[in-house]
Design a protein around this ligand. Structure first.
Ligand SMILES: [Zn+2]
Length: 246
């Protein structure tokens, strides 16, 4: 069965989704976080998400500069509208989280899921370019999903979610990868024109979220100079990590 190309694409893409859950592992060892640690974690999550967004934009530009830029604008409008919608629905709950915490949890899970759609399509399209390229992309995305799962967990766990649940939500946020990889692989020519838009859209939404939610929250819990320094260092580390993967 593994000889079937579709099955192979699905399996590799599923593995990339599962590795996202590994990002929650550190929290099995850290039980309670001090307030300033919350701020520092938010700074780490911001750095990781900003660098990941820039990677998506760079990747989109390789397909089409203008489509990527249009995608970023659509992402911005989309996340604004989603946030507005979520603010109106005050009775939201996610697991044991309620109110503003639930809204923030939903927003980060939503944004990360959105960006997985784009990555799933990217994965399928790269398998269309041959197994070697597809495998390479799967490995790159799998490894890069771990810090992204960490970023998600850094937001969810301090708000009161259990580590197992945070790991589960991290994996859920990456499930579009296997499910989008298959149609994208089968119909590369149909999906390819939308890839740049999707990558830009995801990046736009992620960047917005960093400035609207993650950094302001971090600044409430820790000193400005610390938050800014940690975010800067993690942007560079994540970019370095992405370059080393290539
Ligand atoms: Zn990603």
């Amino acid at each position: 069965m593994f000889d079937e190309p579709i099955f192979r694409v699905f399996t590799y893409a599923l593995i990339t989704a599962i590795t996202t859950g590994f990002g929650a592992i550190p929290f099995f060892f850290v039980k309670k976080m001090q307030k300033k640690w919350l701020g520092w974690s938010g700074a780490v999550a911001s750095g990781i998400m900003l660098a990941a967004s820039f990677r998506l934009i760079n990747e989109g530009i390789e397909y089409s500069l203008y489509r990527t830029l249009i995608g970023v604008i659509i992402g911005l409008v989309f996340i604004r509208l989603s946030q507005q919608w979520l603010t109106k629905h005050k009775d939201l709950s996610v697991g044991n989280l309620q109110g503003a915490n639930a809204r923030k949890a939903l927003l980060i899970i939503g944004v990360m899921t959105l960006h997985s759609f784009a990555e799933g399509v990217g994965l399928g399209v790269s398998f269309g370019g041959g197994d070697d390229f597809g495998l390479f992309m799967s490995a790159a995305i799998a490894v890069h999903n771990i810090p992204e799962g960490l970023a998600i967990s850094l937001v969810l766990i301090p708000k009161g979610m259990s580590t197992w649940k945070a790991a589960g939500w991290s994996i859920v946020s990456s499930l579009p990868q296997p499910f989008l990889a298959i149609p994208a692989f089968l119909f590369v020519s149909i999906f390819k024109p939308f890839l740049a838009i999707g990558l830009g859209l995801a990046a736009g939404a992620m960047i917005w979220m960093v400035f609207a939610d993650l950094l302001p929250d971090a600044l409430e819990n820790a000193k400005k100079k610390h938050v800014a320094s940690i975010a800067t260092i993690f942007i560079v580390l994540m970019m370095l990590f992405q370059v080393l993967l290539k």
